[in-house]
Design a protein around this ligand. Structure first.
Ligand SMILES: [Zn+2]
Length: 279
C-alpha cells in the first residue's frame, strides 16, 4: 500500500492510497472512524446548593438546563489529546482511580447572568490541556444562577460512544480513469459543459483531461456524448481518501494512529489464525 498526501492541514487530510484493494481501503476508513482514541469528558460532578462569591453575593447552583444535558454537551467538546501520552482508564496502573496518565481534570465556575462556553473549562494542570475551540456554547445562566463543576476526561474510541470519534466526513472514492477516443470525438463541447467538476476541457479544439482528481465518476460526460467517445471508470486498486478531525488530534496524528492500529489488528488476526491451525 502506497500513500501520497495531497493536502494536509491541522484538521483536514486528503491523500491517495494505491496498490491496495477495496476491502483494505474500507478497513482504513473504519479504523479512522472508530478505532483512533481520544480524550473526552465522561464524568461530571455538579456542586449543589448556594454559592457565595467574594462580594458576599449569593447564587444558587442551578441553570436553565438539566444537569444531564450539560454533562452531555461537555462530553462532546473536543479535548486536546496526545495519543501517545494517555492510557485507557481501565488499563491504567491506578486501577481506575484516575491519575495524570489516564485522566484530565477540568473545573468550571461561572455565575449568572452569563453565557457559559467551552473556553470556561479550566484544566487542573498544564495550560496546554486548555480546550482549543473556546466558543462552543454550553448554557446561558440567568441572574443568581451559577455553575460549579468538576469534569474528568478519559481515553476512549468511537466503538464505545461517538463522543470519542475523532474524524468526521471520513470517506474515499475510486481513483478515476478517463479515456477519450479522439477518432470518435467531434467538435461539440456537450461533455465539457456536462461535467460539474471541470475535470475535462477543450483545448485547441481537442478534448483533454484537465483535472483528473476532480472527477467524481458521475459519468455525466459519458451521457452527454452522443458518439460514445468518452469512458469513465474507477480504479479498484487506487483510492482518494478524505477526512476532517474535530481538533482533538491533528490530521497527521490521526492518520498515523489509524495505520498503527490497523497493523496491530492484522497482526492479532494473523496470530489467531495460526493458533487455530496448531489446535
Ligand atoms: Zn490512571
Amino acid at each position: 500500500m502506497d500513500l501520497k498526501i495531497i493536502d494536509l492541514t491541522e484538521t483536514h487530510a486528503k491523500f491517495i492510497v494505491s496498490g491496495t484493494r477495496p476491502d483494505m481501503a474500507n478497513a482504513l476508513r473504519r479504523a479512522l472512524m472508530t478505532e483512533v482514541p481520544k480524550m473526552a469528558i465522561d464524568t461530571v460532578e455538579f456542586h449543589l446548593g448556594p454559592i457565595r462569591d467574594e462580594d458576599g453575593k449569593e447564587c444558587e447552583s442551578v441553570s436553565p438546563l438539566f444537569d444531564e444535558i450539560i454533562a452531555h454537551r461537555l462530553g462532546l467538546i473536543p479535548i486536546p489529546t496526545d495519543p501517545d501520552l494517555y492510557v485507557p482508564k481501565d488499563q491504567c496502573t491506578c486501577n481506575g482511580e484516575g491519575c495524570p496518565n489516564c485522566t484530565i481534570m477540568y473545573s468550571l465556575n461561572k455565575k449568572g447572568p452569563a453565557e457559559v462556553y467551552s473556553g470556561d473549562l479550566e484544566p487542573l494542570g498544564s495550560q496546554e490541556l486548555r480546550v482549543k475551540d473556546e466558543l462552543v456554547p454550553i448554557v446561558k445562566l440567568g441572574p443568581k444562577q451559577a455553575l460549579l463543576i468538576y469534569a474528568s476526561a478519559e481515553l476512549g474510541n468511537a466503538r464505545r460512544h461517538t463522543k470519542w470519534q475523532v474524524t468526521s466526513g471520513t470517506g474515499y472514492r475510486y481513483y478515476p480513469t478517463i479515456t477519450i477516443d479522439t477518432k470518435k470525438c467531434d467538435d461539440g463541447d456537450a461533455c465539457v459543459k456536462a461535467c460539474p467538476r471541470g475535470a475535462i476541457a477543450k483545448k485547441d479544439g481537442k478534448l483533454v483531461v484537465e483535472n483528473l482528481e476532480a472527477c467524481t465518476l458521475c459519468k455525466a460526460c459519458e451521457e452527454a456524448c452522443t458518439h460514445d467517445a468518452i469512458k469513465v471508470t474507477g480504479d479498484n486498486t487506487k483510492f482518494i481518501f478524505e477526512f476532517e478531525t474535530d481538533g482533538s488530534l491533528s490530521a497527521r496524528n490521526t492518520l498515523r494512529k489509524a495505520l498503527e492500529i490497523l497493523e496491530k489488528n492484522f497482526d492479532a488476526f494473523r496470530e489467531d489464525i495460526s493458533a487455530l491451525g496448531e489446535a
